[in-house]
Design a protein around this ligand. Sequence first.
Ligand code: FAS
Length: 390
Amino acid sequence: MPDVVVVGAGPAGLTLANLLQRNAVDCVVLEARDRSHVEERQRAGVLDHYGGQIFERAGLAGEVLAGAPVETFLELRYEGEPHLLDAPALAGGRAGRIVPQQLLVRRLLGTFLAGGGDLRFGVRDVALHDLTSTPSLTYTDASGSHRIECAYVAGCDGFHGVSRRSIPADELTTYTFDHGIGWYTVLADAPPPRYPLMGIGAKGFAAHFARGPKASRFYLQYRPGAEDPRAWPDDVTWAELRDRLGDPGLPGGVITEREIVEMRSFVAEPMAYGRLFLAGDAAHIITPMGAKGMNLAIADADVLAGALTSALRGDDAALRAYSDVCLRRTWDYQEFSRWFTEMVHDMDGDPFRRRLAKARFDRLFTNKAAAVAFADMMAGVSAAPGYRRH
Ligand code: FAS
């Protein structure tokens, strides 16, 4: 009987599985999709400093972060006017790493399997049972039906997974927020920008990020319900990007992926029920503004790995505190993401909100304390338990 069953092999599940493995905790990972889907799904692109520290402390950074460039400047263009923010320097040298999520997942998967990890792909009909006594999970796969008993279950199966839905509705309080903004995001074979780039102005937000040496992810703000940008011809998309990024010479390229992301936030409290503990998107959804979704998943996994290890050795204090510790960071990041969203998006063309956003933007470049506070959040350090600015 394994100590822990981890449901889901995304950033949360694989970080947790690796950290448990390093603590000699016996775990099994159940994953619904096949290995190639898990290893190729493109999403996030930045591991913040706090997340990098997690892998450094676990002795995993050499394998999972090999070759990942260190974050430098963030370029914010206000109505085409460039402004460079040296967030790592402002955060006391705490730089993040530019690492595509799928590369991080691929490497975490490799280290877990290389360490003899038990990861089962293509599982179906996963069901969680007896979460308040001795948990068990049933599932089916190509070889038939299976049942596993364990001491604890980690629900790392994302927003649409089975874990959170296994908690009785009256045991959970959920919070949802619709930011009223949509992002049209395209992946293109186009050269990455010199620095991560955001375009801010009355025509709406745009962004250009690296996704490897020859690929870029672009974002364009759109009005949900009023239009569906996926129907735009590619030359319209490129024209909008050149206009809003203030970059008339932006080279185009083949667009390989088109998605819309309706900016919504979600939090479920508590992140635990009986012997089930939720981590990552299974417990909370945050907008990509501020690049915190994957980072929150990894931070949850780090706290949960330590707490489960202690509990299995007889001390469950950290496990009882798990939900509160993770929710404090979650709400800190939710507030940061909303603050950032309001600063860089055009909020319904409202002139008063436009002036508020401009004041917020100007403060970053005229008030050192404001810039440092922003940089600390980008680094993911200010929500760290017991954080003290040195
Ligand atoms: P995941 O959803 O990544 O993984 C859950 C895993 O569980 C999946 O592999 C799934 O197949 C599996 N699963 C689901 N149900 C199951 C079941 N019943 N049984 C077994 N397995 C099951 N975040 C950032 O930080 N920066 C960004 O720039 C960013 N950009 C994004 C862009 C887009 C378009 C999207 C959609 C998200 C973006 N995110 C970003 C957020 C994103 O990266 C998530 O926060 C991150 O994947 C969360 O990781 P997990 O919690 O592990 O969940």
